[in-house]
Each structure stands twice: as C-alpha cells, then as structure tokens.
Design a protein around this ligand. Sequence first.
Ligand SMILES: Cc1cc2nc3c(=O)[nH]c(=O)nc-3n(C[C@H](O)[C@H](O)[C@H](O)COP(=O)(O)OP(=O)(O)OC[C@H]3O[C@@H](n4cnc5c(N)ncnc54)[C@H](O)[C@@H]3O)c2cc1C
Length: 403
Amino acid sequence: MRRRTVIQSLAAGVVAARAARAAARASSDRFDVAVIGAGVFGAWTAHYLHEAGARVLLLDAYGAANSRASSGGESRITRCSYGKDDWYTGWSWKSLPRWRALEARSGATLFAPTGVLAFGVPDSGFIEASEGALQAHGIPHQRLDNAELRRRFAQVNFGEREQGLFEPAAGVLFARRAVQTLVAELQKRGVDYRRAKVSVPRGERTAPLVETAAGERLSATQYIYACGPWLPKLFPDLLAPQFRADRAEVYFLGVPPGDTRFAPPAMPTWMDMNSQWDAWGMPELENRGFKLAIDRLIVPADPDTMDRRATPEFFADVHAYVAQRFPALADAPVVETRVCQYEMAPDEQYLLDRHPHFEGVWWLGGGSGHGFKNGPAVGEYAAGAVLHGKPVDPRFTRLRSHP
Ligand SMILES: Cc1cc2nc3c(=O)[nH]c(=O)nc-3n(C[C@H](O)[C@H](O)[C@H](O)COP(=O)(O)OP(=O)(O)OC[C@H]3O[C@@H](n4cnc5c(N)ncnc54)[C@H](O)[C@@H]3O)c2cc1C
C-alpha cells in the first residue's frame, strides 16, 4: 500500500515536471521577431533587432547564404556610385565600415579593397550624376578622362569617348563568407538560428507558426519574410506581379600564367556603364580567375529547382565582349561558372512593407542585383520599422500598405 502511494506520487511529480517543462518551452519559444531567410538582408536585420534587445529567431530553409540564395555567391561589389539616386550612395557608404567592423571582430577576410572603376561614354549621365553624389557625401573619388583611363588601365580596351569614375575606398565583399560569419556571430550572441522551411500565413488573419522538421512549433509577435528571390513564389498573388527572379550567369576566366595585370592592384573591380553591354567584373581574387558577367539574359528563374549549369550559347556573348574589352583574355579558358538569380523589382528599389492582410507580417527583399553591399543599412532600417514603428520611405512600400 505504502509502496503504491510512493509510486503514485512519483508519477504525479514526473507529470508535473513535464508540464512545467512544456510550459517553459512554450513561453521560451515565443519570440519577438522571427526573421525568415538568412541571406544578407535577413541576417543583418536579425543583428539589429538583437542589438535593440528583441528576442530573435532566424530561420532558413537551406541554411545561411546557401548555394541557391542570392547572397550565396563568393563575391559582391561594394561601391557608392549610383547615378543620381543617392539614397543608396548613402547606404553603401554607411554599410562599408560595418562590414569592416564585422571583419575585424571575426578575424576572417571579408573585404578586398580593390577600388571600383565605373566607365562609359558620357551619354548615360551615370558618371556625372554619381560624381555629384560622391562629392555631396564626401566620398573619395577620382574622375578619369580618356587619356588617364588608358594610361592607368592599359589592359582594358577603352573606346575613344569613354570616361571613368574611380572609387578608391570601394571593393569586393566575400559574400557567402561574410553572411555566414555574421550568422555564426549572431548565434554566439544569443540569436536562435534554425534551419527550417517556413510556410506563409493563410486564411483569415492567422499569424504564421513556424514548424521545424523536428516537429517544434515556434511563434513570434512579428514575422519578417526576408526571402529574396523566393518572395514572388511564396506570395504569388501580391508580389509576383511586381517582383521576379532572373537567372544570372557568372564566369571566371583563367588568366595567363604569371600575368598580374588582371589581379589587384593593377586591375580594379569594374562596371561597364555602356547600355549595350551592362557588364561588370572583378579582378582575380583568391586565385579564382577573372570574374565577369553580362546582365542581359532575362530568363525567369526558380530558386529552388533551377539547373545551375552555365549555358554555352550565352557564353558566346561573354566571349565576344571579353575579346573586345580585354584582348589579352580573348582565349582565356573558363575556369569556374556560377548561376544565381537576381530578385528584380521593376524600378530596382528594395522592398520593405507590411503584408496587407496579416498583422505583424512584413516583407523584406527586392535587392535587384545591388542589395548585398547595403545589408547593414537595410538591416538597421528594417529593424527600426518593425520594432519601433519608424516610417518607411515610399520607395520601399510597393503596395503602399503601411499607414
Ligand atoms: C550574380 C549576382 C551578382 C550580384 N552582384 C551584386 C553586387 O556586386 N553588389 C551587390 O551589392 N549586390 C549584388 N547582387 C545582389 C545581392 O546579392 C542580393 O540583392 C542580395 O544577396 C539579396 O539578399 P536577400 O537576403 O534578400 O536574399 P537571399 O540571399 O536570396 O536570401 C533569402 C533566403 O531566404 C531563404 N528562404 C526562402 N524561402 C524560405 C522559407 N519558406 N523558409 C525559410 N527560408 C526561406 C533562402 O534559403 C535564402 O537563404 C548580386 C546578385 C547576383 C545574383
């Protein structure tokens, strides 16, 4: 009899302890903000939310800066030349020291100070407008006339009317490494990071609930879908009419043995602003080859299922461009390729907006081929809007849904 009572009270104790553990888990699994997508936008937003004292859950279906993500490439340009729209000039200039600070904290190499050269014929107005913006923001720059361009960069075949604008402080961010470094730092600081695919809210004003593959159910007061090129796929009715994912092919060419003309410091990162090309590239970094892309292959991309092998037909264009612009590389072999996708908005402005039907649900994305560098400024801005209700500039609220 006595023995039975002991067993009963033990069992009751176990049940009570289990209930207490479950209650504690349920309350501890309630976050202030869940950030869905650990690309550059999501990771920096999680950083600033955490700095502001929020309990943050960061989730990614495939892992931080994965091979499918737009942030998953090796390298991205950081520059402040943006033509006449100087909003992003300011954000780039503000972001670079934050990248450098992350680099200093982590000890990893996250930035290559290659300088960035924009060149083109004067017709587009890009160089003049950028120069004005750089001047206004106090950003170091050098205007190069045709003779100076040819003198400094003899390995490039410039046209007779081409001019240049050089930003000596600009360069290249090692994208995947930088985002993964940031996410590792966030985890150490207490941000809860998980690999999980998050569904979208459905029905009437139902907040999404995160359910991990392990069956955990997590919830938050606010949700930020920082899903880059996945956004139109996740929210087809509202976002697909305005945003699209476009395939982008990137080539790395093997430079001739012993040739240092295509590596820093001889070769800067460059952007060909002549409208017939829309080409850009980087000097050889980490011995991977001379990287370049031509942005005129507008083919829709599915970031989950797209075949990421480069297309030989498209390389014909790249080859023609290289032969004309960098004659010494005309016969250079392709040593690596990457296929990624841009998450394009028609006006190339980013997206930060509330979902019109679900309270506490936000969208963040629309990097439009130029978002990486601005990750720190974007993250700070998004955290301010979501956590403190700071106003969002209309350029980012495509659906005009916020008050
Ligand atoms: C070829 C190429 C060159 C570029 N060059 C430059 C450049 O030189 N300079 C520059 O500044 N920018 C550049 N960009 C743009 C820049 O890379 C992007 O704007 C930026 O990386 C976008 O980041 P993101 O965080 O919005 O999206 P992503 O990095 O794509 O992150 C979105 C994340 O969301 C996750 N996700 C999606 N759906 C779900 C779900 N349901 N549940 C959980 N997770 C989910 C994905 O796994 C992914 O990791 C370039 C882009 C490309 C493709």
